[in-house]
Design a protein around this ligand. Structure first.
Ligand SMILES: Cc1cc2nc3c(=O)[nH]c(=O)nc-3n(C[C@H](O)[C@H](O)[C@H](O)COP(=O)(O)OP(=O)(O)OC[C@H]3O[C@@H](n4cnc5c(N)ncnc54)[C@H](O)[C@@H]3O)c2cc1C
Length: 415
């Protein structure tokens, strides 16, 4: 398929973004060499099942992979698993692997993702303390779940909340410890976070909010979590979900600009010619939002990688999709569209108590973000409202009599 003078496109990072970029290059007709490096021993897989169905033993292992086994070979994508790239050298246009191999590239995509932030307290390295970022992490946690009775989840973000739900569904006693006043407070705020708080409490989770972890206590294995207020919470399993760190080390070493992630423009180009970035690691200029943002969600990794691959082929694919993500906890499923680092108020369409509603985060009379919870097939309308960025008629926005299809039309034209 490839000729001797064919160009070589290298993708560093064998996660969702890397795998999607490789597939897109072929779909777009690129017939040069595509080399996809992943330090993980597995072929690229998706992370969402690891805190949900796969963790609970409901999803088969085969379901987590981005593509079936023969996919890469059939498309002449050279997938190099268990291979870490240790250096990127833009001057000579080479990458260097941990085996010392040098490979010359014409274009390179950094899709190195993020790693789980480590807990820095005494006892954090005891056995029974788990993180969740890789398939191996999920397997180790699953194994431990089978032998544990009291789990403590540290961190009240998406991962912490989803793991709490899954572990509780498996029948363990679970305490959720977080500094915020309700789960997922940073993104959702108190009003909507309260809905998740009550959902977990109803299912029998002990929510220790406003709490700080001082130490993990135990001899070899963890036995308890010591809180700053002196409380001791029994635990034979601890799962830590306290955020992530973008994996920017290669970029830094190569002189690629990094500022809370690898800095890229709306074409996913970095400051170094021929070097692109996409997915969890990338901090990308969003022309519609007028901000540079790093988004850590499935949809972003997939679509940004598609755009990056096209741009590697000089197709000028601007990335301006409004951030979107989803989460499932117990029987509450949701989708969220938008970007609301701050807001003036939240309004509900539908009944938050019945947990069937759409919440809208408002900023200066406009919809900054919307979340549909156990209400489906409305995401396109919600996204249209966010994208419009014009003032909305609040009364009609929350009026269930206004058909959802009309949501777009209730956006008032600017004066
Ligand atoms: C448990 C969990 C559940 C999630 N659930 C949801 C959800 O419900 N909804 C949602 O929208 N999002 C969810 N997410 C987030 C979503 O999965 C991520 O945004 C997405 O996987 C990011 O893909 P990525 O390819 O950018 O990064 P990653 O998936 O992190 O992949 C990066 C890959 O690069 C490899 N790598 C890094 N450095 C090197 C190197 N130097 N050489 C070779 N390889 C390297 C890593 O080993 C890794 O495999 C979840 C995340 C986690 C952890």
């Amino acid at each position: 398929m490839t000729s001797a003078n064919a160009r070589t496109f290298v993708i560093i990072g064998g996660g969702l973004a890397g795998a999607t970029a490789a597939a897109t290059l072929r779909k777009e007709g690129f017939d040069g060499r595509v080399v996809l490096f992943g330090e993980d021993p597995e072929r690229p897989y998706e992370l969402p099942p690891l805190s949900k169905g796969y963790l609970r033993g409901e999803d088969e292992r085969d379901k987590v992979f981005v593509h079936r086994e023969g996919f890469y070979g059939e498309r002449h994508i050279e997938l190099r698993v268990a291979t870490r790239v240790v250096a990127l050298e833009p001057r000579t246009q080479e990458v260097v692997t941990d085996a010392g191999e040098r490979l010359r590239y014409d274009r390179v995509l950094l899709a190195t993702g993020a790693s789980a932030r480590r807990l820095a307290v005494p006892g954090a390295d005891l056995s029974g303390v788990h993180y969740l970022r890789t398939l191996a992490d999920a397997d180790a946690l699953r194994d431990r779940l089978g032998r544990a009775r009291n789990a403590v989840v540290i961190g009240g973000g998406w991962i912490g909340a989803e793991v709490t739900a899954s572990v509780r569904q498996l029948g363990l006693d679970v305490s959720l410890v977080a500094p915020a006043s309700v789960p997922i407070e940073r993104v959702l705020g108190r009003e909507v976070g309260r809905i998740y708080h009550d959902l977990h409490a109803e299912r029998g989770v002990e929510l220790l909010m406003g709490a700080k972890v001082e130490a993990l206590v135990g001899t070899h294995a963890v036995e308890a979590v010591q809180l700053a207020d002196g409380r001791l919470v029994p635990a034979d399993l601890v799962v830590v979900g306290i955020g992530t760190t973008p994996r920017t080390e290669l970029a830094v070493g190569a002189g690629v600009a990094v500022d809370g992630g690898i800095v890229a423009d709306e074409y996913l180009r970095t400051n170094v010619p021929g070097v692109f970035a996409a997915g969890d690691v990338a901090s990308v200029w969003h022309p519609r939002l007028g901000a540079r943002i790093r988004v850590e969600h499935w949809d972003n990794a997939k679509r940004q990688a598609q755009a990056a691959a096209k741009n590697m082929l000089d197709r000028e694919a601007i990335y301006e999709r409004i951030p979107y993500f989803y989460s499932d906890q117990y029987d509450l499923g949701m989708e969220y569209s938008g970007y609301a680092p701050s807001w003036d108020g939240v309004v509900f369409r539908g009944d938050p108590n019945a947990r069937e509603f759409i919440a809208f985060w408002l900023k200066d009379g406009r919809v900054a973000a919307g979340m549909n919870a156990n209400v489906w097939d409305v995401n396109a309308a919600v996204e249209a409202l966010v994208t419009a960025r014009t003032p909305v008629d609040l009364e009609r926005l929350v009026d269930l009599e206004t058909p959802l299809e009309d949501l777009e039309r209730i956006v008032l034209q600017p004066a």
